[in-house]
Design a protein around this ligand. Structure first.
Ligand code: PLP
Length: 405
């Protein structure tokens, strides 16, 4: 058994037989990652244009991050928060110095951090704003994606994310995305918070109208409502600013980070806020066995260091503009429009194009891995370390695929 060599087809068959079928992956079986490239079991190299849904912004197996992982894993991987460790305080300090927030709550996955932000917002609503017990409302927007837990899907507007999973968590109100007037109209004395993604990645790289985040900020201030920004996908450089909210110069009250915070190697997420807001949590109110563990903290410190030292935010802005300009010049009959910011780019196909999947499969044939979102959008989101020669090496192939019959 141990000596047997499994072919790609063998591995796919095993996965299909034994694994829950909650994904429909492209049939590429990766066995190595190097920077912007993924290498399959046959040694074929692909440019990764998904970056693990922006978790691998620093590229695959970044040496600085891998070294931090190995060094910390050998020294001390886990203590639980019952004891202190020598990495978590430095992770806090470096994360808050970078982002300008006062306090952080470390978790593991994105959905957990979102859940934690919602809990903090509710508690703030009761203890600080004075909302009557069990009456807190949180406003959410159509097309949102915040993860897959039951409370989080309770306010999803995607039927498939909810079908078969009820009953749902009450206390959420949904308004259309991009409509600040609808937000103001939905506010009641019991509104604790609004939760928004500054750009909706999973909904198909949906960019709200200019000024939307600014108006959300202003309305939140006027009504004493917390602005929660889920920057799990858009944060840490992806859109060409450190945070996507920075495009409008807006500072949310509560910032949720995940994905690239773990440097493409380990799940690390966090909720950032002021002392007044995160201060509502007291010992025993909330927790996570793995949240804030020394391995996670060491990896996240290295992940942040790479973003800063390698100027990934600036590179995402530059390479993103170059990539988007190229796509906009192609003039394919299949393409309705191109949208996005930085290196989060959505190619929106016309309904007659026959869906994005066939384009993603054709890209795969040419050594480019991209994934469709919502049937008719191809998302291009390569690691932020990508350089111009690498982009130039694939752009003609992308062009050919977008122009195919
Ligand atoms: C991926 C994502 C999440 C969920 O993160 P997980 O780590 O998969 O739980 C939440 N919000 C946004 C915007 C995301 O892109």
């Amino acid at each position: 058994m141990a000596d047997r060599v499994y072919s790609a087809a063998d591995l796919i068959a095993l996965e299909e037989q034994y694994g829950a079928h909650n994904y429909h992956p492209l049939d590429v079986v990766c066995s190595r990652g190097e920077g912007v490239y993924l290498i399959d079991v046959n040694g074929r190299r692909y440019l990764d244009c998904l970056s693990a849904y922006s978790a691998a912004n620093q590229g695959h197996a970044h040496p600085t991050i891998i070294n931090a992982l190995i060094e910390q894993a050998q020294r001390l991987p886990l203590t639980s928060r019952a004891f202190r460790n020598d990495q978590l305080p430095l992770f806090y300090k470096e994360l808050l110095d970078l982002t300008g927030y006062e306090m952080a709550l470390p978790m593991n996955t994105g959905a957990e951090a979102v859940e934690s932000a919602l809990k903090v917002a509710r508690k703030w609503g009761y203890k600080v704003k004075g909302i009557p017990e069990n009456c807190a409302e949180i406003i959410t927007v159509g097309g949102n994606f915040h993860g897959r837990t039951i409370s989080v899907i309770s306010f999803s507007t995607e039927p498939q994310y909810r079908d078969g999973f009820g009953p749902f968590t009450p206390g959420f109100i949904t308004i259309p995305y991009g409509d600040a007037d609808a937000f103001e109209a939905a506010i009641t004395p019991n509104t604790a918070a609004i939760s928004v993604e500054p750009i909706q990645g999973e909904a198909g790289v949906v960019v709200p109208p200019e000024g939307y985040l600014h108006r959300i900020r202003e309305i939140c201030d006027r009504h004493s409502v917390l602005f929660i920004a889920d920057e799990i996908q858009t944060g840490l450089g992806r859109t060409g600013k450190l945070m996507a909210c920075d495009h409008e110069g807006v500072r949310p009250d509560v910032l949720v980070l995940g994905k690239a915070l773990g440097g493409g190697v380990y799940p690390v997420s966090a909720v950032l806020a002021s002392r007044e807001i995160l201060g509502v949590l007291h010992p025993g109110d909330h927790g996570s066995t793995f949240g804030g563990n020394p391995l996670a903290a060491a990896v996240a410190r290295a992940a942040l260091r790479v973003i800063t030292e390698e100027h990934l935010v600036e590179n995402a802005a530059e390479m993103g503009a170059y990539f988007k300009d190229y796509l906009e010049e192609i003039n394919s009959p299949h393409v309705d429009h191109i949208r996005g910011k930085g290196l989060l780019i959505g190619v929106v196909l016309r309904p007659e194009a026959g869906g994005a999947r066939r384009f993603c499969e054709a890209l795969q044939q040419r050594g480019i891995l991209a994934k469709e979102t919502h049937q008719n959008v191809i998302r291009f989101a390569p690691p932020l370390i990508i350089d111009r020669p690498t982009l130039d090496s694939v752009l003609p192939d992308i062009r050919d695929v977008l122009l195919m019959a």
